[in-house]
Design a protein around this ligand. Structure first.
Ligand code: URA
Length: 195
C-alpha cells in the first residue's frame, strides 16, 4: 500500500466518515457504533489497541472504558496529554462477547489502519497487546515486549494491553514504565530534530 497510496488526496476526517458507515465485515451486524481513531492528527505517537469494548461501542470513542482508565493513568504518569496523541484500534467495531477479532475481520479493517498510519505519520507506534503486535510485526510478542523495533522506517514499541494489567499491580507498573519510556524517546527525537 505504501508505494501506491497518495496521502495528499486523503484525510483522517475521510477515514472517520468511512469507518462510521463501514459494512465491510460481519462486525457491522453486532455493533452499536463503529469506533474511529481519535486524537491529534499530526501526533508523534500513535497507540494501537485490539478492538473496541462495550463502553467504546456505546460512546463511539476508543479506550474510554476500564482499559482506557489504565491507559489514561499511564499517560498522565508519563506527562503525556491524551489529546496530543492518536489512539486507534486494529478493528474499529466491537466483536461480540469481546472475543478476539478474526483474521478476515482484521484484514477487512486493515486499510483504515494503514491510512491512519500514513496520514498521522507518527514517529513511534505503540502496540498495545498481542493482537496489535501480531498484526503489525513479524516475530515474537514476548521478545519484542518493552522494546523498540524499526520496520519500514518506523519505530514500533510493544507493551501490554491495558486490560491485561488491570488487576496486576506489578504489570501495571511495567506498563506505566513503558509509556514513560516512550515519552522519553519522543522527547529525545524532538531534541535531535531541533539540533
Ligand atoms: N480495548 C481495546 O483494545 N480498544 C479499546 O478501544 C478499548 C478496549
Amino acid at each position: 500500500m505504501d508505494s501506491l497510496y497518495d496521502a495528499s488526496n486523503d484525510s483522517i476526517s475521510k477515514v472517520v466518515e468511512e469507518v462510521k458507515a463501514c459494512r465491510r465485515c460481519r462486525l457491522a451486524e453486532y455493533r452499536s457504533n463503529a469506533v474511529p481513531g481519535e486524537g491529534a492528527y499530526n501526533s508523534k505517537i500513535m497507540f494501537i489497541g485490539e478492538a473496541p469494548g462495550r463502553t467504546e461501542d456505546t460512546l463511539a470513542r476508543p479506550f474510554v472504558g476500564s482499559a482506557g482508565k489504565v491507559l489514561d493513568n499511564a499517560l498522565a504518569r508519563a506527562g503525556i496529554d491524551r489529546a496530543s496523541v492518536y489512539i486507534t484500534n486494529i478493528v474499529k467495531c466491537r466483536p461480540p462477547m469481546n472475543r478476539r477479532p478474526m483474521k478476515d475481520e482484521i484484514n477487512s479493517c486493515m486499510p483504515y489502519l494503514m491510512r491512519e498510519i500514513m496520514l498521522v505519520n507518527p514517529k513511534i507506534i505503540c502496540l498495545l497487546g498481542r493482537t496489535a503486535h501480531d498484526t503489525l510485526l513479524k516475530g515474537s510478542f514476548r521478545e519484542h515486549m518493552s522494546r523498540y523495533v524499526k520496520r519500514d522506517g518506523r519505530l514500533f514499541f510493544t507493551t501490554y494491553h491495558p486490560a491485561y494489567v488491570i488487576y496486576n499491580n506489578k504489570l501495571k507498573e511495567i506498563f506505566i514504565r513503558d509509556i514513560i519510556s516512550i515519552k522519553k524517546m519522543v522527547d529525545a527525537m524532538n531534541n535531535n530534530d531541533n539540533d
